[in-house]
Design a protein around this ligand. Sequence first.
Ligand code: 13P
Length: 251
Amino acid sequence: MSRTPLIAGNWKMHKSGAEAVAEAKKLAELCTDVEGTDIMIAPTNLSLPLVAKAVEDTAVKLGAQNLYFEKQGAFTGEVSGDMLKAAGADYVLIGHSERRQFFGDTDEWVCQKTRAAVESDLIPVVCIGETEKDRDEEKTFFVLDKQVTDGLKGSGLDELKTLVLAYEPVWAIGTGKTASVEQVEEVHRFLRKILEEKFSKDLAERTRILYGGSVNPDNVKDLMSVEDVDGALVGGASLDADKFINIIRYE
Ligand code: 13P
Protein backbone atom coordinates (compact mmCIF):
# COMPACT_ATOMS: atom_id res chain seq x y z
CA MET A 1 0.00 0.00 0.00
CA SER A 2 1.45 3.34 -0.91
CA ARG A 3 1.04 6.19 1.52
CA THR A 4 0.88 9.79 0.28
CA PRO A 5 3.54 11.75 2.13
CA LEU A 6 2.32 14.54 4.38
CA ILE A 7 4.49 17.57 5.09
CA ALA A 8 2.92 19.56 7.89
CA GLY A 9 3.86 22.88 9.47
CA ASN A 10 3.03 23.56 13.09
CA TRP A 11 3.10 27.31 13.48
CA LYS A 12 2.64 27.11 17.25
CA MET A 13 1.98 30.52 18.88
CA HIS A 14 3.41 32.58 16.03
CA LYS A 15 2.01 35.12 13.55
CA SER A 16 -0.91 37.54 13.73
CA GLY A 17 -3.89 36.96 11.44
CA ALA A 18 -2.49 39.26 8.76
CA GLU A 19 0.97 37.67 8.94
CA ALA A 20 -0.49 34.19 8.76
CA VAL A 21 -2.59 35.08 5.71
CA ALA A 22 0.39 36.61 3.90
CA GLU A 23 2.67 33.62 4.59
CA ALA A 24 0.00 31.08 3.70
CA LYS A 25 -0.77 32.83 0.41
CA LYS A 26 2.91 32.87 -0.44
CA LEU A 27 3.19 29.18 0.36
CA ALA A 28 0.13 28.34 -1.75
CA GLU A 29 1.70 30.12 -4.71
CA LEU A 30 4.98 28.28 -4.25
CA CYS A 31 3.13 24.96 -4.09
CA THR A 32 1.11 25.21 -7.29
CA ASP A 33 3.15 22.55 -9.10
CA VAL A 34 3.69 20.20 -6.15
CA GLU A 35 2.19 16.80 -6.83
CA GLY A 36 1.93 13.63 -4.82
CA THR A 37 2.53 15.25 -1.43
CA ASP A 38 -0.12 16.45 1.00
CA ILE A 39 0.63 19.84 2.53
CA MET A 40 -0.79 21.15 5.78
CA ILE A 41 -0.15 24.16 7.98
CA ALA A 42 -1.52 24.67 11.47
CA PRO A 43 -1.80 28.36 12.38
CA THR A 44 -3.36 29.57 15.62
CA ASN A 45 -7.11 29.13 15.97
CA LEU A 46 -7.60 32.87 15.58
CA SER A 47 -6.03 32.81 12.13
CA LEU A 48 -7.76 29.65 10.94
CA PRO A 49 -10.82 31.18 9.22
CA LEU A 50 -8.71 33.92 7.63
CA VAL A 51 -6.10 31.51 6.35
CA ALA A 52 -8.80 29.09 5.19
CA LYS A 53 -10.16 31.80 2.92
CA ALA A 54 -6.69 32.72 1.71
CA VAL A 55 -5.77 29.16 0.66
CA GLU A 56 -9.19 28.04 -0.57
CA ASP A 57 -8.90 25.72 -3.59
CA THR A 58 -5.12 25.41 -3.27
CA ALA A 59 -2.95 22.45 -2.27
CA VAL A 60 -2.44 23.91 1.19
CA LYS A 61 -4.73 22.31 3.75
CA LEU A 62 -5.23 23.45 7.30
CA GLY A 63 -4.85 21.94 10.69
CA ALA A 64 -5.53 23.11 14.22
CA GLN A 65 -3.00 22.65 17.00
CA ASN A 66 -5.38 21.23 19.59
CA LEU A 67 -9.06 20.66 20.35
CA TYR A 68 -11.26 19.88 23.29
CA PHE A 69 -13.21 16.63 23.24
CA GLU A 70 -16.62 17.97 24.24
CA LYS A 71 -18.92 19.36 21.56
CA GLN A 72 -19.93 22.49 23.50
CA GLY A 73 -20.57 23.73 27.01
CA ALA A 74 -19.01 25.51 29.92
CA PHE A 75 -15.35 24.91 29.04
CA THR A 76 -13.79 28.35 29.17
CA GLY A 77 -11.01 28.86 26.67
CA GLU A 78 -11.60 25.64 24.73
CA VAL A 79 -12.63 24.93 21.14
CA SER A 80 -14.43 21.86 19.81
CA GLY A 81 -13.72 19.75 16.75
CA ASP A 82 -16.90 20.92 15.01
CA MET A 83 -15.85 24.54 15.54
CA LEU A 84 -12.43 23.87 14.04
CA LYS A 85 -13.95 22.04 11.10
CA ALA A 86 -16.32 24.95 10.49
CA ALA A 87 -13.35 27.33 10.64
CA GLY A 88 -11.63 25.44 7.82
CA ALA A 89 -9.45 22.79 9.48
CA ASP A 90 -9.10 19.33 7.97
CA TYR A 91 -6.49 18.08 10.43
CA VAL A 92 -5.84 18.54 14.14
CA LEU A 93 -2.68 17.94 16.16
CA ILE A 94 -3.30 15.98 19.34
CA GLY A 95 -0.97 15.47 22.29
CA HIS A 96 1.88 17.59 21.03
CA SER A 97 4.70 17.40 23.58
CA GLU A 98 4.23 21.08 24.39
CA ARG A 99 0.60 20.33 25.27
CA ARG A 100 1.73 17.44 27.43
CA GLN A 101 4.55 19.40 29.07
CA PHE A 102 2.94 22.82 29.64
CA PHE A 103 -0.79 22.14 29.67
CA GLY A 104 -1.06 18.73 31.26
CA ASP A 105 -2.46 16.75 28.31
CA THR A 106 -2.42 13.07 29.22
CA ASP A 107 -2.71 9.88 27.17
CA GLU A 108 -6.30 9.64 28.35
CA TRP A 109 -7.02 13.07 26.93
CA VAL A 110 -5.23 12.16 23.72
CA CYS A 111 -7.58 9.21 23.48
CA GLN A 112 -10.71 11.31 23.99
CA LYS A 113 -9.48 14.05 21.70
CA THR A 114 -8.69 11.56 18.95
CA ARG A 115 -12.21 10.18 19.06
CA ALA A 116 -13.67 13.69 19.12
CA ALA A 117 -11.54 14.69 16.12
CA VAL A 118 -12.76 11.73 14.08
CA GLU A 119 -16.35 12.46 15.05
CA SER A 120 -15.89 15.98 13.71
CA ASP A 121 -14.42 14.62 10.48
CA LEU A 122 -10.94 15.91 11.28
CA ILE A 123 -7.81 13.88 10.56
CA PRO A 124 -6.09 13.28 13.91
CA VAL A 125 -2.33 13.78 13.99
CA VAL A 126 -1.41 12.09 17.24
CA CYS A 127 1.98 13.23 18.53
CA ILE A 128 4.20 11.01 20.63
CA GLY A 129 7.83 11.07 21.67
CA GLU A 130 10.28 10.36 24.44
CA THR A 131 12.19 12.90 26.51
CA GLU A 132 15.96 12.98 26.69
CA LYS A 133 15.75 11.39 30.13
CA ASP A 134 13.59 8.55 28.78
CA ARG A 135 16.16 7.89 26.06
CA ASP A 136 19.10 8.06 28.45
CA GLU A 137 17.34 5.57 30.71
CA GLU A 138 16.60 3.30 27.73
CA LYS A 139 12.87 3.74 28.17
CA THR A 140 12.17 5.06 24.67
CA PHE A 141 10.25 2.04 23.42
CA PHE A 142 8.36 1.57 26.66
CA VAL A 143 7.23 5.22 26.60
CA LEU A 144 6.21 5.14 22.95
CA ASP A 145 4.34 1.86 23.37
CA LYS A 146 2.40 3.34 26.29
CA GLN A 147 1.61 6.57 24.44
CA VAL A 148 0.27 4.68 21.43
CA THR A 149 -1.58 2.04 23.43
CA ASP A 150 -3.19 4.40 25.93
CA GLY A 151 -3.66 7.22 23.44
CA LEU A 152 -5.61 5.03 21.02
CA LYS A 153 -7.25 2.76 23.59
CA GLY A 154 -10.75 1.65 22.70
CA SER A 155 -10.69 3.25 19.27
CA GLY A 156 -12.07 1.03 16.53
CA LEU A 157 -10.41 0.29 13.21
CA ASP A 158 -12.95 2.40 11.42
CA GLU A 159 -12.28 5.38 13.70
CA LEU A 160 -8.56 5.17 13.07
CA LYS A 161 -8.66 4.81 9.32
CA THR A 162 -7.34 8.37 8.73
CA LEU A 163 -4.94 8.34 11.68
CA VAL A 164 -1.59 10.07 11.34
CA LEU A 165 1.09 9.43 13.97
CA ALA A 166 3.86 11.96 14.50
CA TYR A 167 7.02 10.79 16.22
CA GLU A 168 8.61 13.83 17.77
CA PRO A 169 11.42 13.07 20.21
CA VAL A 170 11.08 15.86 22.77
CA TRP A 171 14.84 16.40 22.85
CA ALA A 172 14.85 17.16 19.12
CA ILE A 173 12.10 19.81 19.18
CA GLY A 174 13.39 23.32 18.63
CA THR A 175 16.90 22.28 19.62
CA GLY A 176 18.56 21.83 16.24
CA LYS A 177 19.35 18.24 17.35
CA THR A 178 17.68 15.94 14.83
CA ALA A 179 17.33 12.25 15.58
CA SER A 180 19.70 10.20 13.43
CA VAL A 181 18.38 8.27 10.47
CA GLU A 182 19.11 5.06 12.40
CA GLN A 183 17.14 6.23 15.44
CA VAL A 184 14.21 7.31 13.28
CA GLU A 185 14.29 4.06 11.31
CA GLU A 186 14.25 1.98 14.48
CA VAL A 187 11.38 3.92 16.09
CA HIS A 188 9.17 4.13 13.00
CA ARG A 189 9.52 0.41 12.35
CA PHE A 190 8.62 -0.22 15.98
CA LEU A 191 5.56 2.04 15.75
CA ARG A 192 4.27 0.28 12.66
CA LYS A 193 4.73 -3.05 14.43
CA ILE A 194 2.72 -1.83 17.42
CA LEU A 195 -0.09 -0.67 15.14
CA GLU A 196 -0.14 -4.09 13.52
CA GLU A 197 -0.13 -5.93 16.84
CA LYS A 198 -2.74 -3.74 18.54
CA PHE A 199 -4.98 -3.08 15.54
CA SER A 200 -4.38 -4.71 12.18
CA LYS A 201 -1.86 -5.13 9.39
CA ASP A 202 -4.06 -3.03 7.15
CA LEU A 203 -4.21 -0.17 9.65
CA ALA A 204 -0.44 -0.37 10.22
CA GLU A 205 0.16 -0.16 6.48
CA ARG A 206 -2.20 2.70 5.84
CA THR A 207 -1.18 4.91 8.81
CA ARG A 208 1.16 7.71 7.94
CA ILE A 209 3.96 8.09 10.47
CA LEU A 210 5.62 11.51 10.40
CA TYR A 211 8.91 12.50 11.95
CA GLY A 212 9.22 15.86 13.73
CA GLY A 213 12.04 17.59 15.55
CA SER A 214 14.39 20.14 13.96
CA VAL A 215 13.49 19.13 10.41
CA ASN A 216 15.02 21.56 7.92
CA PRO A 217 15.72 21.75 4.17
CA ASP A 218 19.14 20.12 4.70
CA ASN A 219 18.09 17.03 6.63
CA VAL A 220 14.64 16.34 5.21
CA LYS A 221 15.81 14.23 2.28
CA ASP A 222 17.69 11.77 4.47
CA LEU A 223 14.77 11.52 6.89
CA MET A 224 12.23 11.01 4.09
CA SER A 225 14.40 8.27 2.58
CA VAL A 226 13.65 6.07 5.60
CA GLU A 227 11.14 3.41 4.57
CA ASP A 228 8.67 3.98 7.39
CA VAL A 229 8.82 7.77 7.37
CA ASP A 230 5.76 9.13 5.57
CA GLY A 231 6.24 12.82 6.13
CA ALA A 232 7.41 15.50 8.48
CA LEU A 233 5.91 17.70 11.17
CA VAL A 234 7.90 20.89 11.06
CA GLY A 235 7.98 23.72 13.59
CA GLY A 236 10.44 26.59 13.17
CA ALA A 237 11.34 25.91 9.54
CA SER A 238 7.67 26.00 8.49
CA LEU A 239 7.22 29.64 9.49
CA ASP A 240 8.97 30.90 6.39
CA ALA A 241 7.35 29.81 3.12
CA ASP A 242 10.64 30.07 1.22
CA LYS A 243 12.22 27.60 3.63
CA PHE A 244 9.18 25.37 4.01
CA ILE A 245 8.79 24.89 0.26
CA ASN A 246 12.27 23.36 0.19
CA ILE A 247 11.15 20.86 2.79
CA ILE A 248 7.99 20.12 0.81
CA ARG A 249 10.17 19.57 -2.29
CA TYR A 250 12.49 17.25 -0.39
CA GLU A 251 13.53 15.18 -3.39
P1 13P B 1 10.89 22.22 15.35
O1 13P B 1 10.81 21.83 13.89
O2 13P B 1 10.98 23.70 15.56
O3 13P B 1 11.95 21.45 16.07
O4 13P B 1 9.50 21.81 16.04
C1 13P B 1 9.01 20.53 15.83
C2 13P B 1 7.62 20.48 16.32
O5 13P B 1 7.36 20.59 17.52
C3 13P B 1 6.55 20.32 15.33
O6 13P B 1 5.35 20.01 15.93
